[in-house]
Design a protein around this ligand. Structure first.
Ligand SMILES: [Zn+2]
Ligand SMILES: [Zn+2]
Length: 241
């Protein structure tokens, strides 16, 4: 049984994303009250309708490292915008951030077939700033899992196991089946994963119970999970507190 008590949740949205419902302060207070040691604030990048201007991200440096007793790390969930894997933020902005997640989203990448999705993911992994591929579980974006995992191994990219996709009320239907194959392949190729909530409300920050269950069902080795403790998280992301 893996313990997620000391998790640093790598994927969380605040009101700055436009379709999330808690302020950063509310998220930090809620997380701290439940003993979550830290989380990454990863609002949607400017290409997502309703999300924040790039200034929101470049100004994150004004935040204290610890808010209401929990560590907050500066991140973004960027949009992969084409089959070359380009993302919708530039190098200068990436440099300001500690954790860059890259994901495929319908508004910024209309589904375009398995080959295009695979090459989009692999192209994004080759971007040295992209540390995590977000929710690679969306059945609207089928891709070649074996090539995807191989590229993650070659580029050192971390694969996300997204708790929101696995919730009973998810709109990413079929994620569980994708993760079964994906986790098997990650285990085989020794590729690292991160468990994340993808929270859009404060009460969900740090909640990864469905992701943890999936990991257990896959007999996935704990040493390939990068965020079960703050020490490991800091080491994997090359960060200091
Ligand atoms: Zn997303
Ligand atoms: Zn998200």
């Amino acid at each position: 049984m893996i313990s997620t008590n000391n998790i640093i949740d790598t994927h969380n949205h605040s009101t700055a994303s436009g379709h999330a419902y808690s302020s950063l302060e509310e998220m930090a207070k809620d997380a701290a009250s439940r003993g979550i040691p830290g989380f990454v604030l990863s609002d949607h990048s400017p290409g997502m309708p309703g999300s924040a201007h790039s200034y929101h991200f470049s100004n994150l440096r004004v935040l204290p490292r610890k808010i209401h007793g929990t560590f907050v790390f500066r991140g973004i969930e960027a949009n992969i915008i084409n089959s070359q894997g380009e993302i919708d933020i530039d190098e200068e902005l990436c440099n300001e951030l500690e954790v860059v997640i890259a994901s495929l989203h319908i508004p910024t990448f209309p589904p375009d077939g398995k080959e295009a999705h695979t090459s989009a993911y692999i192209g994004a992994m080759k971007n040295p700033y992209v540390k995590i591929i977000g929710h690679p579980d969306d059945t609207r974006f089928p891709y070649d899992i074996s090539r995807f995992v191989q590229a993650a191994g070659e580029t050192g990219t971390i694969i996300e196991v997204n708790n929101s996709s696995l919730r009973p009320d998810t709109f990413r239907v079929g994620a569980e089946e994708v993760y079964k194959t994906l986790l098997k392949e990650c285990r085989k190729q020794g590729v690292r994963v991160t468990l994340s909530s993808d929270s859009h409300f404060s009460a969900s920050v740090g909640c990864v119970e469905h992701a943890a269950r999936q990991i257990e069902e896959a007999n996935f080795p704990e040493e390939l999970i990068v965020n079960l403790s703050i020490e490991r998280f800091l080491e994997e992301f090359g960060l200091e507190i």
